[in-house]
Design a protein around this ligand. Structure first.
Ligand code: ZN
Length: 138
């Protein structure tokens, strides 16, 4: 969660955090929130959308928190792979969280594939496929 990043920054130095108005992507409300200095407009919108009190925002924040554990599951499932390859999974997670994509399969070569998809509740599921066989699934 971007919110947690701002909290961590604030913990280390109050001077790096300031208040700003952000717009909730879901309901359009303008809210006064704490941001890290230097944040771009899209990051401020993301923060506001995590912190708004509308129902869509609350559901989004809950989903996003749950989906952040995906990073650890990727590291575990694909342990031993180059970090550059793992990063390909990481960069798609925000797009899955926002529902911009719902299913992606990455061919890692040697018959190994990684698939991430959204289930009907918006939670990210990840599967490792080896030679056409789904080996591990969470
Ligand atoms: Zn809202």
């Amino acid at each position: 969660m971007l919110t947690h990043q701002v909290e961590r920054i604030k913990y280390h130095s109050h001077r790096l955090v300031k208040e700003a108005n952000g717009i909730c992507r879901f309901c359009g409300q303008i809210k006064l929130i704490e941001i890290a200095t230097g944040m771009k407009d899209d990051e401020i919108t993301e923060l506001t959308s995590e912190q708004c009190d509308c129902d869509d925002s609350k559901a989004y924040a809950a989903r996003k928190t749950q989906n952040e554990m995906v990073y650890e599951r990727i590291d575990k499932l694909f342990a031993g792979l180059d970090d550059k390859i793992l990063r390909v999974f990481y960069v798609t997670i925000p797009s899955l969280n926002q529902g911009l994509i719902t299913d992606i399969t990455i061919n890692l070569g040697n018959g190994i594939k990684g698939r991430m998809r959204l289930d009907r509740n918006g939670f990210i599921k990840i599967t490792k496929i080896d030679a056409g066989e789904a080996l591990e699934q969470e």
